[in-house]
Design a protein around this ligand. Structure first.
Ligand code: 13P
Length: 259
C-alpha cells in the first residue's frame, strides 16, 4: 500500500455534549459536506445517549457513527460500560479508544486500552486509538518515550494482519481544548515518529498503510495546513466538530496541489 491509499479520515468527537435534538440537527447540518467530500471518510462520535439516534440518522449516508469507548468483555458486571456487540447492534461502526480524557479522569491505562482495542477488532469496529504526551512530558523531552510506551502497550501481542484497520490519533494533551494547536511541523514530526515505530515494531507494510489522525484544537482555519503534512492522514476534532458550519469546512479541507 502506498501513502496515496491512505484515505483521509475526519472524525468529530462530540465528547459529553448535545441533547438529542442538537445531535439530530448537527447530523443534518453536516450531511451535505460529507457527501460532497470525495474520497474523505467522515466519522462522528456522539455520547452513548445519542448513539442510537445518530446511527439511525447516518444510515445509508457517507457518515459513519463511532462510540467514544468500548469495553473489552462481551457482557457482565461492568457498571457504566458498553459492549462492542451492543454498539454494533445500534449500527455503530467505529470506536474511539484511550482518549486522554479517559486516561486522565477515568484511570484508563495502556493495558485497558489494549484490551478495549482487542474487543473492537474482534467485533469489526474501526478502532481509533488515541495517544499523546502532556505538556510536562513534552517539556521534559519525554514525548517520544511516552508515545512509544503508549503505542507498545496498546498494540502488544496483536498480529499485523489484525491491525490492518487500526487508526491512531496523535493528540498532544496540551493542545486539547486549549486553542493551542501543534504546529504542522510538530504534528508531522510526531506522526512520522509513530509511523517509523510501527514499521520497526510490526512491518513496513502496516506502517505505510496506517492512518494517523492529528487531534488538538483543529479548526477550520488550521486544518488545511495540518492536512498538507505528508504523514497527517486526518483529524480528530473536539470543540469544532459541534458546529455544522465549522465541521463542514473541516470535512472539506483543502490541500494545495504539490508544485
Ligand atoms: P479539541 O478539538 O476541542 O481540542 O479536542 C480534541 C480532542 O480531544 C478530540 O478527541
Amino acid at each position: 500500500m502506498t501513502s496515496n491509499q491512505r484515505r483521509p479520515l475526519i472524525a468529530g468527537n462530540w465528547k459529553m455534549n448535545l441533547d438529542l435534538a442538537g445531535a439530530k440537527a448537527l447530523v443534518a447540518g453536516i450531511q451535505e459536506a460529507a457527501s460532497r467530500a470525495d474520497g474523505v471518510e467522515t466519522v462522528i462520535a456522539p455520547p452513548f445517549t445519542s448513539l442510537a439516534v445518530v446511527a439511525q440518522a447516518v444510515k445509508g449516508t457517507k457518515i459513519r457513527c463511532a462510540s467514544q469507548n468500548v469495553h473489552w468483555a462481551e457482557n457482565g458486571a461492568f457498571t457504566g460500560e458498553c459492549a462492542a456487540a451492543s454498539l454494533k447492534e445500534l449500527g455503530v461502526e467505529s470506536a474511539i479508544i484511550g482518549h486522554s480524557e479517559r486516561r486522565q479522569h477515568f484511570g484508563e491505562t495502556d493495558k485497558s486500552v489494549h484490551d478495549r482495542l482487542g474487543a473492537a477488532l474482534k467485533a469489526g469496529l474501526l478502532p481509533i486509538v488515541c495517544i499523546g504526551e502532556s505538556l510536562d512530558e513534552r517539556e521534559a523531552q519525554e514525548t517520544w518515550r511516552v508515545l512509544e510506551t503508549q503505542m507498545k502497550g496498546a498494540l502488544e501481542g496483536f498480529a499485523p494482519t489484525d491491525l490492518s484497520v487500526l487508526v491512531i490519533a496523535y493528540e498532544p494533551v496540551w493542545a486539547i481544548g486549549t486553542g493551542k494547536v501543534a504546529t504542522p511541523a510538530q504534528a508531522q514530526e510526531a506522526h512520522l515518529f509513530i509511523r517509523k515505530k510501527v514499521a520497526s515494531l510490526y512491518s513496513e507494510e502496516l506502517a505505510t498503510g496506517l492512518r494517523i489522525l492529528y487531534g488538538g484544537s483543529v479548526k477550520p482555519d488550521n486544518v488545511d495546513e495540518l492536512m498538507s503534512q505528508p504523514d497527517v492522514d486526518g483529524a480528530l476534532v473536539g470543540g469544532a466538530s459541534l458546529k455544522a458550519d465549522g465541521f463542514s469546512r473541516i470535512i472539506g479541507f483543502q490541500v494545495p496541489a504539490a508544485s
